[in-house]
Design a binder for this molecule. Structure first.
Ligand code: GLY
Length: 350
């Protein structure tokens, strides 16, 4: 097992390894004063891991309850949020108790936001079961629900008390879901880690899970420690995301997040090369690595549609939007870009 320490507004550990779910109770018992644990999960994940997780908690002496909602992004909404808060109240969880978020990004974001609000904040433990959640959304304390006007429009920065990444959960992921998470790994390598980039180029998707996930998490830890509230360097994690959001939105979210991010990274890299902001070789390397992971690098959508959708994203700030530009592998910068130049930037990258 690899343990990574995070020291943000809250200090906590991220534990990465096998057989963490069957020993969930032991891990939760390292948090002081928890008596009751509410597991929050969704309908695809719960049948796979719910019993193992809950039995481990019961065997360790915790009182438990669980709330399982139908799988899918539409459930990351105000109605489910309120239903969970009511469930926590009915089950009389107190401020010294804890929530366990068992699932991917939807579960983690929603359960984390509930934890931030219930009794003005109770502890929560992230147990990511997708690669994307393991390397990105479970770490760093971004919690949210979607509103009818857009994704993640209501939320809080609220750090978990513990993150447990059981690598065994990744074994049951459909290939497409696994590759989706790989987009965040490739993003991390481009942003911060030329050595990991080279190693991923050789391994493709059969990389060593524990070491690569741990390395991505350590990079994210460093960024979150430096800029927990997303006012500066943390925005680098949006590499490929703003344009990717345009791709997702244009497809009415039928193109997955990871694929959309991959297309967003490809557009940013091609535009950077064309505008003389990075070497053509750097752009080619980014495209090659994305392709190694069977991730898309082209889109049928035009620059003006992508631009309109990308600008509806909350990452916009006044008349500029921060684009993350790759200059070289491991060297990316935040470039405030006038809204008026966004479409031509995208056009350059198509
Ligand atoms: N997923 C991007 C962030 O945590 O800031």
């Amino acid at each position: 097992m690899t343990t990574i320490e995070v020291h943000a507004s809250k200090s906590y550990q991220i534990r990465i390894g096998y057989d963490l779910l069957p020993t969930l109770g032991h891990h939760i018992s390292t948090l002081q004063g928890v008596e009751k644990v509410c597991l929050i999960s969704e309908s695809n994940v719960w049948p796979l891991y719910g019993d193992t997780a809950e039995q481990s908690l019961i065997d360790t002496g915790f009182e438990t309850c669980h709330y399982v909602f139908p799988a899918g992004e539409p459930q990351k909404c105000g109605e489910t949020f309120l239903a969970i808060l009511n469930f926590l109240a009915e089950n009389q969880l107190t401020r010294t108790d804890a929530i366990v978020a068992l699932g991917g990004g939807v579960v983690g974001d929603l359960a984390g936001f509930c934890a931030s609000c219930f009794l003005r904040g109770i502890r929560f433990v992230q147990v990511p079961t997708t690669l994307l959640a393991a390397v990105d959304s479970s770490v760093g304390g971004k919690t949210a629900i979607d509103l009818p006007s857009g994704k993640n429009l209501a939320g809080a920065f609220y750090q978990p008390s513990l993150v447990l990444c059981d690598l065994g959960c990744l074994d049951t992921l459909p290939e497409a879901v696994f590759l989706d998470g790989c987009a965040e790994i490739v993003k991390t390598a481009i942003l911060f880690d030329p050595e990991m980039f080279r190693s991923l180029m050789k391994s493709g998707p059969s990389f060593d899970r524990e070491s690569v996930i741990a390395r991505c998490v350590a990079h994210k830890r460093d960024i979150v420690t430096a800029d927990e509230f997303d006012r500066g360097q943390r925005q680098k994690l949006n590499l490929g995301h703003t344009i990717g959001h345009g791709v997702e939105a244009m497809s009415h979210f039928t193109i997955s997040h990871g694929k959309a991010v991959s297309i967003g990274i490809a557009i940013a890299a091609r535009a950077a090369a064309k505008l003389g902001l990075c070497a053509q070789e750097t752009c080619d390397e980014c495209l090659t690595l994305l392709s190694q992971f069977r991730l898309p690098i082209e889109t049928e959508y035009c620059a003006s549609d992508l631009c309109a959708m990308a600008l509806s994203d909350k990452k916009r700030s006044g008349e500029t939007i921060n684009l993350i530009i790759p200059h070289a592998i491991g060297d990316c910068t935040i470039v405030p870009t006038p809204i008026s130049q966004m479409e031509s930037f995208i056009q350059a990258g198509l």
